[in-house]
Design a protein around this ligand. Structure first.
Ligand code: FAD
Length: 394
């Protein structure tokens, strides 16, 4: 089953996506089972994506990148997610981190971070979540104290840092510059992996997304030069809604579309293959199986269209795009989990047997509801946007 052409391709994006497709087929697919079984960070795939010049997908062209937005991120992650959701998530988080770094990059940050990213020599990632605030990822408690005109000191504890221990830098959220300021008014800094005082927790061993290396990270008196502050102190609410949400949500949206598409493909292959030697005929001849497959295709296709419509509206600067972007990730979470679940039934006992690909898809899909912004939170945000109420209000 081919992905639909939404008429949005530009020549360079088409070329970039062909490269992603090639790497997905030649590298990602073959490693997916091992990445899952061994909870192995997808090193070979990430290096191949970097080597192909794709690491700068979200870095603006003026800084040497490919200059794409959320639509391209969703497409790239869908292609990768169809083969290995962990790889899609790891690369997606790099693309989000790169977009945050790019949004207000100073000339110095362009040289030290964006240039190596574009040249495939630097992997970054986003570190927002904390145990103490959970789903409310926009209220960090990690402190950023000023120690001199040139330096801050960061102290705190982050959780679930995708690419943890493998990235070259971490985009870290810290407490509001003004504790009495509005919700979401926090600051972001970029911290190189080599900084003193970064202490990693246990290796990641999740139910799914097992290649993610989503580790916890303690920041113990980490010295942060002021030149590594992103934007202005406390202006992260702007980043949350203008960069993090669209790019991050579309990275996840693409990944879970990939999972759902892979499950549908498993169903189709199974129906075509399953023959009954004693009673004769095949599963694909049963109207109930045909009907179920048709329903699943419809569910995936309408979700996919919503997702790509939301992404292209945001990229085109539509001021009303945000509710669609919020809803896209919530819908795709429901869609991916439902589809994998249904395909498990459609594929019968064979799917339930140990080692089936559907096991991995089922476990990977389950991350969709709990990765922030969670499905619950996104539904709330959409409702608030429609009611004209503050998105981050109580
Ligand atoms: C595989 C994986 C990778 C991840 N990678 C990253 C990463 O790279 N960077 C990063 O920063 N984080 C990452 N996360 C963290 C993820 O974003 C958190 O799981 C998320 O913030 C949820 O936090 P929590 O587990 O504390 O949930 P809780 O806050 O305990 O929430 C539990 C449930 O309650 C609901 N809930 C809680 N509060 C509210 C509320 N106010 N309104 C409505 N519903 C609510 C939630 O929707 C959720 O379903 C990752 C997580 C996973 C599983």
């Amino acid at each position: 089953m081919k992905r639909a052409d939404y008429g949005m391709y530009q020549t360079d994006l088409e070329f970039a996506l062909e490269q992603v497709q090639e790497i997905a087929k030649t590298v990602v697919a073959g490693n997916a089972a091992q990445v899952d079984q061994m909870a192995q960070w997808p090193e070979e795939a990430i290096r191949a994506l970097q080597k192909a010049g794709l690491a700068g997908l979200t870095v603006p062209e003026e800084f040497g990148g490919l200059g794409h937005g959320s639509f391209a991120v969703a497409q790239a992650c869908e292609i990768l997610g169809q083969e290995c959701a962990s790889t899609a998530m790891c690369f997606g988080m790099h693309l989000v981190g790169s977009a945050v770094l790019s949004a207000k990059a100073t000339p110095d940050q362009q040289i030290r971070y964006l240039r190596p990213i574009v040249e495939g020599r630097h992997l970054t990632t986003l570190s927002l979540s904390e145990a103490g605030t959970g789903s409310q990822f926009y209220i960090p408690r990690t402190r950023l104290d000023s120690v001199s005109v040139d330096l801050y000191r960061a102290n705190g504890a982050k959780t679930f840092v995708t690419n943890g221990g493998y990235a070259d830098s971490y985009v870290v959220s810290t407490v509001a510059s003004d504790p009495n300021g509005p919700l979401g008014q926090f600051s972001c800094v970029v911290i190189p992996a080599t900084a003193e005082g970064l202490r990693w927790g246990q290796p990641w061993s999740g139910l799914g997304m097992r290649g993610n290396s989503s580790m916890s990270l303690d920041l113990d008196d980490v010295v942060v030069p002021r030149i590594d502050l992103l934007g202005e102190e406390g202006d992260q609410i702007w980043y949350v809604f203008q960069v993090v949400c669209p790019i991050f949500l579309m990275a996840m949206t693409g990944t879970y579309l990939g999972i759902a598409g892979a499950a549908l493909e498993e169903a189709r292959n199974h129906l075509l293959k399953r023959e009954y030697s004693e009673t004769g005929g095949g599963l694909s001849e049963l109207p109930i199986a045909q009907h179920r497959l048709g329903c699943l295709w419809g569910k995936l296709e309408r979700t996919r269209r919503l997702c790509y419509h939301a992404a292209s509206s945001f990229d085109a600067g539509d001021p009303d795009a945000l509710p669609a972007v919020f809803t896209a990730k919530a819908e795709v979470a429901d869609c991916a989990i439902d589809i994998v679940n249904e395909v498990m039934t459609l594929c019968g006992g064979i799917a339930y047997r140990g080692g089936s690909k559907l096991h991995r898809l089922l476990r990977d899909a389950r991350a969709a509801h709990v990765m922030a912004p969670t499905t619950d939170v996104l539904r709330l945000w959409t409702g608030r946007a429609l009611l004209g109420k503050p998105i981050l209000g109580q």
